[in-house]
Design a protein around this ligand. Structure first.
Ligand code: ATP
Ligand code: MG
Length: 319
């Protein structure tokens, strides 16, 4: 049985122009526990929406939320809200939200915020909560006294670690991290990445790492899913995807990364991602694709296994 299996997931937002399709028909099977799955794609491709769908933390203006997410033999989308809260959220699957550090309350000490959000109703004494917070902060490489500081007294990197501490509190099996290092300088980025590697290696925690930074994904991910225009474009072992990308979108995305060594110049990915309110029929990448041909404009590309466990949705590979 796969560790997590997402089948035909859809998430649409209601907007004044009509439904905006932020996640459309996303299916993927995350096989092994203890591994890291990277989700990469440009801004606005639906990465955050996908993570919110997995966590069932969907905003009020969602008009369509369908599909299934199998985890430990249960379909998370069929659980009642109360069951999901009691058994899954924070306990089995936790999340570090994009920009999580901005949601810290400026007038409450960090330690209290780290544990309090998760305690709701557990009746734990303030002293015990303080000790819990101290040791959690220590797990993420912060000194114990950070628990008694206020958010403004922390550096950007320290603030970024606190939500990770929070996510670890109930010893989940899977953590979904949405851009945990964006807006940080490279040395702090490296510290956070090292912390994530330790969690992976020492605690065997599975992770879904959402990022638009491919270098970061290549550093820690075992598998990579590439999304563009709300659709999954390519999926497979990280090495295959990064060294031998098959879909034109992934190839373009990787070619746009500047390299320090070598003669190849970075290529621009021209054009903009397609409009998610009225996407064109066929492939979502058609208007930007160098290899576009007739079927791409007419029908949805088939999802094909182009190398062992390496899948892509592209007409080029259809026989
Ligand atoms: N609550 C909402 N209501 C309407 N549209 C939304 C809402 N949240 C996101 N969107 C739209 O859904 C699409 C996907 O957004 P999402 O935040 O999932 O992208 P993303 O890949 O996480 O981008 P980024 O890399 O910038 O974080 C975008 O077009 C965005 O404008
Ligand atoms: Mg996002």
């Amino acid at each position: 049985m796969a560790f997590m299996e997402i089948k035909d997931l859809h998430l649409y937002y209601e907007t004044t122009r009509g439904p905006l399709r932020a996640v459309e028909g996303f299916s993927l099977s995350f096989q092994e526990e203890g591994k890291t799955l990277g989700i990469i794609g440009e801004s606005g491709s639906g990465k955050t929406s996908l993570s919110l769908a997995i966590m069932r933390s969907i905003p009020g203006n969602v008009s369509t939320y369908q599909g299934s997410i199998l985890f430990e033999g249960r379909d998370l989308m069929r659980l009642s809200a109360a069951e999901f809260r009691k058994d899954i959220r924070w306990k089995k699957i936790s999340m570090v939200f994009q920009g999580a550090m901005n949601s810290f309350n400026p007038v409450i000490q960090v330690g209290r915020q780290v544990v309090e959000r998760l305690l709701s109703g557990d009746g734990i004494s303030p002293r015990k909560a303080g000790r819990e917070a101290e040791s959690l902060l220590e797990t993420v490489g912060l000194s114990r006294d950070v628990a008694y500081r206020y958010p403004h007294e922390l550096s950007g990197g320290m603030k970024q670690r606190a939500p990770i501490a929070m996510a670890l509190y109930l010893k989940p099996r899977l953590i979904v991290l949405d851009e945990p290092t964006s807006a940080l300088d490279v040395s702090i980025q490296a510290q956070i990445m090292n912390l994530l590697k330790q969690l992976k290696w020492n605690l065997g925690i599975s992770m879904i790492l959402i990022t638009h930074d491919i270098a970061l994904a290549s550093d820690i991910c075992d598998y990579i899913a590439v999304i563009h225009g709300a659709k999954l474009m390519e999926y497979g072992p990280a090495e295959n995807i990064l060294i031998n990308p098959q879909g034109p979108y992934t190839q373009k995305l990787l070619a746009s990364i500047p390299r320090l060594h070598g003669d190849t110049r970075p290529q621009f990915l021209s054009g903009a991602p397609c409009d998610l309110v009225s996407p064109p029929p066929g492939c979502r990448f058609q208007s930007r694709c160098p290899s576009v041909f007739e079927p791409c404009r007419e029908k949805e590309p088939p999802w094909l296994e182009v190398a062992p466990a390496h899948w892509t949705g592209c007409w080029l590979y259809a026989k």
